[in-house]
Design a protein around this ligand. Structure first.
Ligand SMILES: *[C@@H]1O[C@H](CO)[C@@H](O)[C@H](O)[C@H]1NC(C)=O
Length: 392
């Protein structure tokens, strides 16, 4: 048996060459919704059609597989698309940001993920159905059932042990004393935690500094994890945050412990899947700033369907990013003034009645999430069934 991640197609190929009968499981540590972006319409032959189109383009243009895949599969346009289970949007809204580094990689990943999804046996899904559009769950389940395969929806795959102050103090003493101090001074749910994950970072960092500025102006305490190697913190920003005494910027943060901490009120996130899962499990509503991959669609699911998040629209950058947004009918202005104005408005709503409704909604999901691994919880049962299916 082989267990691979979503980008492990080469391993699957090698394993299949050695043994046709080897059972190959794929772990989906992303939203089920993300497969929609990566695999596109699900059908018996869609992956072959995708690859054929790309190979034809290679033949015509003499481009490499990587370049051709990028050009054929990543085509932001003004066309109106209707992703499964989500409201309509322009196709270019799947690319809201100009990325800091642009390697032609994504189109190729589409092809390998499409192949992998068709050629693996079962899939182990780290998500839970309550945060996915029901239509996506149904379509994927049907797609796997078509060839007698199964999706084992075992989520939430998060840390299940209880938060204690001691573990926070052990993992990150600076953050622990800072956040405990905030709780004393500012009370419960007062702090905004900011993280764009370990990779993503804005191509216009002034927009992030504007967000910090607005938080300081409103005396809202915050912790920002700036793990991305692409982030360069200017000294004047570091200085301003340090002297404020209500902000902390740290290269690493114990994210799940921060989210579980009573001082934490909101999570500014890129909308990556693990962050979403951890936020739901902790019952912390989100303010999303999506960059790429499944993040833009995840964000729409959180804001429009689940009503547990806001999306910052004025932080969009780059050519497709600044095109009109279908939902609002307007294009982002692309200025720091617009970012400032929107951030102020969103924070006012977040800390008012509107935000309280979103918090209520995510607390209900937290209850569901906590039950998933209880005695007869759906996640636990699915995991047990998966183990039985491989003879354990
Ligand atoms: C996808 O699978 C086919 C075989 O079914 C293979 O020929 C092709 O090279 C694979 N594509 C990629 C990008 O690995």
């Amino acid at each position: 048996m082989l267990v691979v991640g979503l980008f492990g197609y080469r391993f699957l190929e090698i394993a299949r060459q050695r043994s046709r009968s080897m059972k190959i499981l794929v772990v989906l540590a992303a939203s089920m919704l993300s497969l929609e972006v990566l695999v596109e319409p699900f059908g018996a032959d869609t992956h072959r059609q995708l690859e054929r189109k790309v190979r034809q383009h290679m033949g015509k243009t003499g481009k490499s597989l990587l370049e051709a895949a990028e050009e054929v599969l990543l085509r932001p346009s003004d066309a109106i698309v209707q992703p499964l289970g989500l409201p309509a949007m322009h196709s270019h809204e799947i690319y809201p940001q100009k990325l800091v580094t642009q390697h032609p990689m994504v189109g190729y990943l589409h092809l390998t993920v499409a192949n992998l999804t068709h050629e693996c046996e079962d899939m182990i899904v780290c998500s839970m159905t309550c945060i996915e559009p029901p239509k996506v769950v149904q379509t994927l389940t049907d797609f796997f059932a078509l060839t007698s395969r199964k999706m084992h929806i075992v989520g939430p795959v998060v840390r299940l042990w209880k938060t204690t102050e001691q573990t926070m103090a052990e993992q990150s003493p600076g953050v622990a004393s800072f956040i405990d101090g905030l709780l004393q001074m500012h009370g419960r749910q007062s702090m905004v935690y900011i993280s764009f994950g370990t990779v993503f970072w804005s191509s216009q960092p002034e927009m992030v500094w504007t967000l910090l500025d607005v938080l300081l102006e409103k005396s809202i305490p915050f912790i920002m994890a700036q793990a991305s190697p692409l982030c360069q913190l200017p000294e004047h920003v570091a200085q301003k945050v340090r002297t404020s005494r209500i902000g902390l910027i740290t290269p690493w943060a114990p994210q799940q412990l921060i989210l579980e901490h009573p001082a934490t009120g909101w999570f500014v996130t890129h909308g990556g899947f693990n962050s979403i899962l951890e936020s739901v499990h902790a019952g912390v509503p989100m303010i999303c700033w999506p960059f790429a991959a499944d993040q833009p669609l995840n964000t729409v699911q959180l804001t429009e369907n689940l009503d547990i998040a806001y999306e910052l629209l004025e932080v969009r950058t780059g050519e497709p990013g600044l095109k009109p947004i279908y939902r609002t009918g307007k294009a982002p202005k692309g200025t720091l003034a617009a970012v400032r104005e929107e951030t102020r408005a969103v924070l006012d709503r977040a800390f008012g009645e509107d935000g309280a409704r979103k918090r209520g909604n995510i607390l209900k999901l937290r209850e569901v999430s906590l039950g998933m691994w209880a005695e007869r919880g759906a996640g636990r049962l699915a995991a047990e069934e998966m183990l039985s299916s491989i003879g354990l």
